[in-house]
Design a protein around this ligand. Structure first.
Ligand SMILES: *Cc1c(COP(=O)(O)O)cnc(C)c1O
Length: 490
């Protein structure tokens, strides 16, 4: 048998890399919807390698076989881009990573890379851990990071328990997130990064991202943004100069609710005080090749393709659901049993003007319906019921269309009471800090017609009138074996 030699494979990889770069440049010229639909899966790839399959195939295989020992050696020493083993990489994962990298950089001339993970929490860990290593010259030197106090409940736990309590890494909390001096006062030479969730879940807090990015870079540290609630359809922090974006892909991106997934998307050549050229040159690629290879938090190929399928319609869904949410927020704002509605899209929201500066429906100017840039504010909102925790629970318990679940981003409307669910672990004081009172219901509006969601809210709120409505609680009236077994379980 004739040996090809490692150089042969390196040259072949170089040629295919050049072709791929050219393809990406072509894709970058397309509109957002086209990128979301096609991503990095080219017609050439479909015809030459995938039986003409028009949809990206699910490669469930654990590993890739090599032609000979030279190709294997080149692959496993990362001299050529192959996928080796599905804990590290896999073609189906790669399709998802490719489309997210393109969407997060849409509209700007920035080069980005992505690593997909098994969950949003794994994405956050992937994004922050490489910056939280001890100082090699003085391992006992204290380490800190500066992050908004209002973050997702799981993030709060990861920061407060896993980092602070277990690893003695201080989380310096920004409470007045729109006071740039407060951010700055918390930074010192041991601060490894700035982190913010914007808009936050569930509080929808919002800060002036450009100013905070500028501050981070002034101190030589990266800005990490959890952009789950906005999605790239409304906000693309990397195009504004942020270094790393985290997505809980489980949420609006994968609206069908078929799987948990996460992603870290980074721009090339990030700013950091960590002395590691590879980490800075291509953070997501570094995470894929090293820490995540060793720790193993990566996504399964099946979940990657399920997420990919939902992402194709992201822009139009976010538009529609944002419009419905505004309609529903306006209805609730007028309701006699409602104390307060928190939705960035309402003019009455204290952060409305700031949010309007940042949250734009991508490509609205090319949409025949609009023809101009339009603001959209997503489908997360919350409202506070008059009468405290009991009243809120009475209303919540009466929903017959809106599902009671700790979920977000679904095609179906879902509500939760954060104080007894997502934010239950962190205690009263932390909930106060996060502005999550007991009478707050978080509602994430689905793609139903808003009139039907308003009807459900209306009948549920009427419980506080003390009078019955015409809608009988239908939960167990479906008949048959399933309702019987449900009754037995209850
Ligand atoms: C849900 C969520 C996460 C965590 O994502 P998982 O996929 O559930 O692990 C992180 N950040 C925000 C804003 C979230 O809503």
């Amino acid at each position: 048998m004739e040996r090809h030699g490692i150089d042969y494979y390196r040259e072949a990889a170089k040629q295919s890399g050049l072709w791929h770069q050219g393809y990406l440049r072509e894709m970058k010229k397309c509109r957002f919807d086209t990128i979301a639909v096609h991503g990095i899966y080219s017609m050439q790839e479909a015809l030459d390698f995938n039986q003409g399959s028009i949809i990206e195939p699910v490669y469930l295989s654990t590993a890739q076989a090599y032609r000979d020992s030279d190709e294997m050696e080149a692959a496993l020493s990362y001299q050529i881009p192959t996928w080796c083993y599905s804990r590290i990489a896999n073609p189906s994962m790669y399709y998802l990573e490719g489309v997210l990298a393109l969407l997060e950089s849409y509209g700007a001339d920035v080069e980005t890379t992505c690593i997909a993970t098994a969950s949003g929490m794994a994405a956050i860990q992937t994004a922050v851990d490489p910056f939280l290593l001890p100082d090699p010259k003085n391992r006992s030197k204290p380490i800190n990071f500066v992050a908004t106090a209002q973050v997702y409940g799981g993030t709060f736990q990861q920061f407060a328990m896993r980092k602070e309590k277990e690893q003695n890494i201080t989380w310096r909390k920004v409470v007045n997130y729109n006071d740039i001096n407060e951010w700055e006062k918390l930074i010192d030479e041991n601060t490894r990064f700035l982190y913010g969730e914007m808009p936050s879940n569930p509080g929808q807090t919002f800060f002036d991202l450009k100013k905070v990015i500028e501050l981070a870079h002034k101190h030589g540290i990266p800005m990490i943004i959890d952009s789950t609630v906005a999605t790239p359809a409304l906000l693309r922090p990397l195009t504004l100069g942020a270094d790393i974006v985290v997505q809980s892909v489980s949420k609006t991106l994968s609206t069908s609710g078929f799987g948990i997934a996460g992603a870290v998307i980074s721009r090339k050549d990030i700013i950091s005080t960590i002395d590691n050229p590879e980490l800075k040159a291509d953070f997501a690629g570094y995470a894929k090749r090293f820490p995540n290879r060793d720790n193993g938090p990566n996504i399964s190929p099946m979940n990657a393709i399920l997420a990919l399928n939902d992402i194709r319609t992201l822009r139009s869904r976010v538009d529609m659901q944002s419009r419905s949410t505004l309609t529903i927020a306006r209805y609730l704002a007028e309701h006699k049993h409602i104390e307060q509605v928190d939705y960035l899209g309402l003019k009455s929201h204290p952060l409305h003007k700031l949010a309007a500066k940042y949250l734009w429906l991508v490509d609205a100017e090319y949409d025949e319906q609009y023809g101009n840039p339009v603001n959209r504010y997503g489908h997360l909102m919350s409202f506070r019921v008059k009468g405290g925790a009991r009243a809120a629970r009475d209303v919540f318990d009466r929903f017959t269309r809106i599902f009671r679940a700790t979920d977000l981003g679904r095609i179906k409307s879902v509500a939760t009471i954060p104080a007894i669910s997502t934010h239950s672990q962190q205690g009263e004081e932390a909930r106060e800090l996060a502005d999550v009172p007991e009478n707050l219901i978080r509602l994430c509006v689905g793609a139903e017609h808003p009139d039907d969601i308003i009807a459900d809210l209306d009948q549920a709120l009427s419980v506080l009138d003390g009078k019955e409505t015409s809608i009988n609680a239908p939960a167990f009236s479906a008949g048959g074996a399933s309702s019987a077994s449900l009754r037995n379980r209850l």
